[in-house]
Design a protein. Sequence first.
Length: 387
Amino acid sequence: MKSMKIGIVCYPTYGGSGVIATELGKGLARRGHKVHFITYRQPARLLSFQENVYYHEVRSADYPLFEYPPYDTALTSKLVDVVKYENLDLLHVHYAIPHATVAYMAKKILLTEGRYVPTVTTLHGTDITLVGSNRTFAPVVAFSINKSDGVTAVSENLRRQTYEFFDINNDIEVIHNFIDFERFRKVNKDHFKKAIAPNGERILVHTSNFRKVKRVQDVIKIFSQVYEKIPSKLLLIGDGPDRQNAEALCREMGLCDEIRFLGKQDAIEELLAVSDLFIMPSESESFGLAALEAMACEVPVISSNIGGLPEVNIHGETGFLSEVGNIDEMAANAIQLLENEDILNKFRVNALEQARKFDIENVLPYYERYYEYILSTKIYDRDNVEV
Ligand code: GMT
């Protein structure tokens, strides 16, 4: 396959879309493509040197007149620059807002100079389900999706929802989230286990950005029911707006000694490696990358039956799914699994087997073929303007 020069635009934060974008870029670079990341801060998973990886920082202008620094304008200018001077073949933007819109603008500017660059937008979830469907953004989101040369969604469910919420006349290809087994696999971390659960207690775990949509309080309430029946500990990994409320609930329930708030952690896989059960009671979840990470480390999942989660977590095989907010059922399912070592082990094996379907090594060629297809279609200008 011919090596390509690909620009990747993403949020550099700990969120799932940034993680997927960064790992995708690193994976493509390993396969010989030149990958240029363009964003406002070095992405969390891009801190060490890698062959074929480049990073371009976007700096927003600061001026007393601007109450809100015009990031979109700065990003557009940077994209025009990088496409021109690094001679990029394609721009792949992650998260529709504002990236798909900015990519369209950059493409149009470049067209005025006779330079064509196709754009691919990957929809990750909240850009459609929470933010995108907001009236303020909706017309711009729909327009930008329609003007992208290629559009991918991270689950069948997200694809369906995008067509339901917006007036979309573009094809949407489903390319699921993926996992790197080099990193996410069960490793022996017995010393961690002894420190966290000194008396052989079961370990339950939840990782998220502690936003309302993650329903972290439900995690604590589920744990409280499990704890009544089974000696256990709960690890809460991540940070965000709901952490204070979660801490207050732990105090109210008298569970402070059993629940540990670990904050943001880099080596999540080491904590997953000692965990018995992953809890994801989200209100909305386009895919549930955190659940996949757990499954790759042989941890079964108790989750809500929402969004793309049923495409990842198979009910009665890799874990259990319940309606959002059905804490009693989630707790009962958790207890059923944790009580029986044989069943738990069976679910562990199934979780790993299911996770293998999302191996990054299989997904990378999929993206390459998709890029090649987009490059070969060459719709120079979706507005039908002569160039
Ligand atoms: O989960 C979050 O709130 C972060 C968010 C993001 O865009 O960074 O994650 C979304 O994208 C992930 C990667 O594609 C998906 O695995 C998550 O399910 C999705 N989150 C939601 O839909 C709530």
